[in-house]
Design a protein around this ligand. Structure first.
Ligand code: HAM
Length: 411
């Protein structure tokens, strides 16, 4: 039996078109993060499993059902990181004396979650992480949201294409204390809020009633002070599509303050694109000194879907500007020489080896998306004039050897 050519369930192969899109995404991530003064860091995919089980980082569903965990050859339990936040908390805690705060960090790791693959959800994705450590200021919360907003703009989105929904875990936690809810009821409340947009209003109201939570405490009209402060700063910097939404609580247990989620407003992709929030105690699992953090994670899968429904995906460009085809293998040395000449001018050139018919050389270059082709034959070599063929329409333009490089570089 032969092996399947399919990739492992829920992960992707990145063919040149896919990789080019990913590179575009990552370059945009980097540009925007750096514009705000964030420094890039990185870490290994492998983490000791205890990092996701420790008090503060734990997330029951994540640890028991969604991680790729295995024993290494020394019997240690290892996990492929399902997210970056515990890792960056560890790194910051380790070097806290060397860093100045506020500390602004970003990274673009690939992360792994054993999830049921569906639209927007895979088992491996790339995730921009932008985090700010050591400031409790509402302006720090606002800055993180502003970075998210600028990312959306950098991808070509308009304000009406997305909405930034802001909630407050601090407010929900205070409400839980005020109403004296036990742990079970508290979890139910968070779960109910998390599902609010997916269930009927009546079901939501009934859930609140069962928990003894007055619904006006969770109405959009009742904006918590921390959220209002953030909204005021955002409006001062010209952001007009942020609003309070009491149902935004986020899944992870570590969030303690303002939390937010960015939603696509398109009717065909009306879903959360990415999100984050403030977490006060994550570094406390390493020592007794907590460093507060606020940040978000933005995945490549949801962004791809967003850009696709908006018609904002960039077109694919083959890396090769021009393909040199040869009339016979006698011209190969000459073609190689011309290729090298063009490369020295900065042109991206690939040259054929003359072991296929000329017609096939042309067909194959077109198949791979190469825009131009030049046939190197005895006539061209002697006359010094080459015909540049536009492979999208077959049009030919003559160019002297000296003009060739600029022909491609100007396009
Ligand atoms: P998260 O909401 O679990 O948060 O993930 C952040 C984003 O990563 C999601 O909104 C989505 O864009 C993408 N994402 C998550 N899971 C998947 C998946 N299975 N397939 C495709 N994309 C996915 C966190 O991970 C937090 N650690 C973010 C954070 C950073 N909070 C503070 N700093």
């Amino acid at each position: 039996m032969k092996l399947s050519t399919e990739s492992y369930k829920g992960v992707r192969d990145f063919y040149p078109q896919d990789q080019q899109f990913l590179n575009y995404l990552l370059a945009t991530y980097r540009d925007v993060a750096k514009k705000f003064g964030y420094a890039e860091y990185h870490a290994s995919i492998l983490e000791p499993s205890e990092l996701y089980k420790a008090k503060g980082a734990e997330n029951a569903e994540m640890v028991s059902e969604q991680t790729y965990t295995f024993l290494d050859r020394g019997g240690r339990e290892v996990t492929l990181r399902p997210e970056m936040t515990p890792t960056v908390a560890r790194m910051v805690a380790a070097k806290r004396r060397e860093f100045g705060f506020p500390l602004r960090l970003f990274s673009i790791p690939n992360v792994f979650r054993y999830e049921r693959p569906q639209r927007g959800r895979l088992r491996e994705h790339w995730q921009l992480n932008v985090d700010l450590f050591g400031s409790e200021s509402r302006a720090a919360d606002a800055e993180i949201i502003q970075v998210s907003y600028e990312l959306m703009k950098a991808f070509g989105a308009n304000e009406s294409d997305f909405v930034i929904k802001i909630g407050s875990r601090a407010y929900i936690n205070a409400l839980i204390t005020e109403l004296d809810l036990d742990e079970d009821a508290a979890q139910k409340l968070v779960g109910l809020l998390d599902r609010k947009n997916k269930i009927e209003k009546a079901e939501f109201e009934q859930g609140l009633a069962e928990l003894g939570v007055p619904s006006e405490k969770l109405s959009a009209a009742h904006v918590p002070a921390d959220v209002q402060a953030v909204l005021d700063i955002l409006s001062a910097v010209g952001i007009g599509n942020a609003k309070f939404d009491p149902s935004i609580v986020r899944g992870f247990a570590y969030y303690t303050g303002v939390v937010f989620e960015v939603f696509d407003t398109h009717e065909d992709n009306n879903r959360s694109l990415f999100g984050g929030g403030r977490y006060d105690n994550l570094t406390a699992m390493f020592d007794n000194e907590s460093i507060t953090g606020v940040g978000f994670g933005m995945g490549d899968v949801t962004m791809h879907d967003f850009l696709e429904v908006r018609g904002l995906l960039p077109a694919y460009h083959a890396p090769t500007h021009v393909y040199l085809a040869v009339a016979s293998d006698a011209e190969v040395p000459h073609a190689l020489q011309l290729a090298q000449e063009l490369r020295e001018h900065g042109v991206h050139v690939a040259s054929d080896f003359g072991d296929k018919k000329l017609a096939d050389q042309i067909k194959n270059a077109a198949k791979n998306g190469v825009p131009y082709l030049v046939v190197v034959g005895q006539n061209e070599i002697t006359s010094g004039t080459f015909m540049v063929r536009d492979l999208s329409n077959g049009n030919e333009t003559p160019a002297s050897r000296a003009e060739l490089a600029s022909f491609f570089l100007e396009r």
